[in-house]
Design a protein around this ligand. Structure first.
Ligand code: NAP
Length: 266
């Protein structure tokens, strides 16, 4: 199953709120759900998957391995625990959530464990998240580009991350843009508001259309049915070259996900 270009993020949503968002998302037509061990919502996502009328086989489900589980010893048991919480035999994609802080766990150890997870049928695909160009090169040396479905990175109009995107796109690694709405900040930007006004839409649609038109996968999250629906119905091909130019000017390197164990960013 191909990864649908629009997915549903679940960061910060827990318990009933996460469950309700995923149930509503599936009902509206989302077929791609993004969770992670650290979100502490895999159980809630699992409940939603069972509650929904949509078949599990029609849903592209991603989880991410937390930094404490990257060793060869911990990775597979932690993924099995995730599958138990999600109530499924396998996920469609498993990501290394962050490169191992201070390179504590050698990358080859984590990637080899992930490849074993594929062989065991625990995950259909593997990929990266928050990897720099240098770290992607290392990963490619270990498993090759074909083994890596995506690098999930922060991309929105205020952090355009062009160097990493260019590297991914020339190597056939899909870019998944996380925090595509800059956690709602796009709504208050005057340039995006002006473009949105022209098309009688919202800055959220403009930000998502800009990412989709450039071939990226997006995973916005929402607790509101109205926003879930409008994010799913984003129109591709809406923006002109002039709109693109205006959005390019908004890049100010504003990184929202930047924990103290982040790699040295490109
Ligand atoms: N790999 C990583 O390290 C990493 C890091 C961060 C995030 N992620 C993933 O990326 C996903 C998306 O990031 P995010 O959830 O942090 O931020 P986001 O999707 O950029 O923004 C979510 C915020 O935007 C609001 N919103 C959503 N749709 C809207 C619309 N159409 N109009 C107006 N406001 C709207 C939501 O509020 P309402 O609830 O009120 O709609 C929420 O406050 C996460 O859920 C997670 O799955 C991955």
């Amino acid at each position: 199953m191909e990864i649908p270009q629009i997915g549903l993020g679940t960061f910060r949503l827990k318990g009933l709120e996460a469950q309700a968002s995923v149930v509503a998302g599936l009902d509206l037509g989302y077929r791609h759900i993004d969770t992670a061990q650290i979100y502490d919502n895999e159980e809630a996502v699992g409940v939603a998957l069972r509650q929904s009328a949509v078949d599990r086989k029609d849903i592209f489900l991603t989880t991410k391995i937390w930094t404490s589980n990257l060793s060869g010893k911990n990775l597979i048991p932690s993924l099995q625990e995730s599958l138990k919480k999600l109530g499924t035999d396998n996920v469609d994609l498993t990501l290394i959530h962050w490169p191992s802080p201070k390179d504590e766990v050698p990358l080859h150890e984590t990637l080899e464990a992930l490849q074993e997870a594929v062989v065991m049928g625990l995950t259909k695909n593997i990929g990266l998240s928050n990897f720099t160009v240098a770290q992607m090169k290392q990963a490619i040396e270990i498993v090759g580009t074909e083994a890596l479905l995506t690098n999930q990175i922060e991309v929105h109009p205020f952090l355009q991350n062009q160097k990493v995107i260019d590297f991914c796109q020339t190597h056939g690694i899909k870019v998944t843009a996380y925090m595509p709405l800059a956690y709602g900040k796009v709504m208050t930007d005057e340039v995006l508001q002006k473009i949105a006004h022209k098309y009688e839409t919202t800055p959220a649609e403009i930000a998502l259309a800009w990412l989709l038109d450039r071939g990226m996968i997006v995973i916005p999250s929402s607790t509101k049915r109205k926003n879930l629906l409008s994010n799913l119905k984003v129109r591709k091909g809406l923006l002109t070259a002039q709109d693109f130019e205006a959005i390019e000017q908004l890049d100010r390197g504003e990184r929202l996900a930047n924990p103290d164990f982040s790699p040295i960013w490109d």
